[in-house]
Ligand binder design. Structure first.
Ligand code: HAM
Length: 432
């Protein structure tokens, strides 16, 4: 065992791992810019209060926090949303709307490390501010689907599970449960499958004075609903227009999803309640569909957060996808392209041609052509072996004979064809 190891839940990224991570990030970035999102970033370290006030209990219990040398309580960000809300809040009056921003950044959560869950991981976040219609929600869901499809994943591999905090809240309140107790009931719903039924009933009993059993069965019934028609049918008994209006909004969102041709990827699933406190509307999680069935991504609408931070009243919706579960899934499905070192040409030389060859290597690099060479002039055959090892497309061989007449040999490493080229034309020939 080595003396120094990474901390539990943290990763070293060797070049292969970095290449894989960059491949994922490039796909994130390309998808977001294709959809018209602009990139931003924020500090890794924030005041602890930003998260304790806004993120919700679960995340706060997982904070990497400490007191800095100035006695301030600080935390490494467990998520991007509070920092983003601050950034947008500060400039809310000058930013053109809708504001569509994305980021790719490292997060820290003191969770129990396990498959798909680490203490340091990367998240892609995309959020839209300044539009309160469900069309913005649809755009966010569409981006999530587009992104995963662009990795080569299909409807067989993942599913968007769509739910609604508003319908849940209306439903809970219709059982004479006060506003303040709603978050606790949502927490109970979140855990309902993992908890003993008797324990769930007991927790509900405490909140709603003995009605626990009845509410428990009602909650279970809501969780079985998977279509708009069934939702309408179920909520009819409440004879409440607010329910009806909200169900219309859900139908509108689903129509948009259908317009984009991605209905196959989306199912209504009230089992999703989301652990974070700030959500106010439609919420969703994207799950992989293998046996593991882990969340790849999660998000939703959070219309009050910016105002609660003390800024303007600005509607918001967004989501985040992590690199860990996604990376595992791509590897399991074997859909990662070959990520080899990207060397275009490898310069081969001898002690006699060293100066000429290395000046040419510098010239090629100056033209942004990826060029490598052996640091010491070992034998030509060993240098050519190295060229093959780094997957160079061409080897440029500076032999003494050719050099005398201002020429070098260009060897195509794939076809093994060799041609003699004037040194002045090297860049042109290997760029063809
Ligand atoms: P979240 O559901 O907490 O949402 O995280 C989103 C994704 O980040 C998860 O689905 C998972 O892929 C990844 N993730 C979370 N925790 C870990 C972990 N310990 N190890 C590896 N991956 C992890 C949020 O963070 C919200 N702020 C998303 C959002 C953006 N909502 C609106 N805008």
């Amino acid at each position: 065992m080595s003396t120094f190891q990474t901390l539990a839940g943290f990763r070293d990224f060797y070049p292969d791992d970095c290449a894989f991570r960059n491949f994922i990030f490039e796909c994130f970035r390309r998808s977001a810019t294709t959809f018209g999102f602009e990139e931003y970033d924020a500090p890794i370290l924030e005041s602890m209060e930003l998260f304790t006030a806004k993120s919700g209990e679960e995340i706060v219990s997982q904070l990497f926090n400490f007191e800095d040398k100035g006695g301030r309580s600080v935390a490494m960000r467990p998520e991007m949303t509070p920092s983003l809300a601050r950034m947008v809040g500060v400039r809310a009056s000058t930013l053109r709307r809708p504001i569509k921003w994305f980021s790719i950044s490292e997060m820290f959560r003191y969770e129990r490390p396990q498959k798909g869950r680490l203490r340091s991981f990367y998240q892609f976040n995309a959020d839209i501010f300044g539009n309160e219609s469900s069309y913005a929600d649809a755009e966010i869901i569409l981006l999530g689907i587009y992104m995963l499809k662009s990795f080569g994943l299909t409807a067989e591999d993942f599913r968007v599970r769509l739910s609604d905090r508003q319908l849940w809240t209306l439903f809970i309140r219709s059982h004479n449960i006060g506003e303040n107790d709603v978050p606790e009931v949502l927490g109970i719903i979140d855990k309902i499958e993992r908890e003993e039924p008797s324990k769930t009933v007991e927790s509900l009993d405490k909140i709603c004075r003995g009605d626990g059993q009845k509410i428990f069965y009602d909650l279970l019934e809501v969780k079985t609903i998977h279509s708009v028609n069934d939702i309408r049918e179920f909520f009819k008994k409440f004879k409440n227009d607010t329910f009806a209006r909200r169900i219309d909004e859900l139908a509108q969102l689903l129509t948009r999803v259908e317009t984009f041709g991605v209905s196959d990827f989306v199912t209504i699933d009230f089992g999703i309640v989301r652990g974070l406190a700030y959500y106010t509307g439609f919420i969703f999680e994207i799950f992989e569909r293998s046996g593991q069935s882990r969340a790849l991504a999660g998000g939703g609408r959070y219309d009050n957060l910016i105002k609660r931070l003390g800024y303007a009243d600005l509607p918001a919706v967004g989501f985040a996808i992590g690199d860990v579960t996604l990376g595992n899934l791509l590897k399991e499905k074997n859909i990662v392209p070959k990520l080899s070192k990207n060397i275009h040409c490898f310069v081969v030389y001898s002690t006699q041609t060293e100066t000429l060859a290395l000046r040419q290597a510098t010239m090629l690099r100056g033209q942004k052509i990826n060029t490598d060479y052996c640091l010491d002039p070992i034998t030509f055959s060993k240098q050519l072996k190295m060229a093959a090892q780094v997957n160079a497309k061409y080897a440029i061989i500076f032999g003494e004979e050719e050099a005398k007449t201002g020429h070098a040999k260009v060897k195509n490493m794939l076809s093994t064809n060799e041609i003699v080229v004037e040194i002045d034309r090297l860049a042109e020939v290997i760029s063809r």
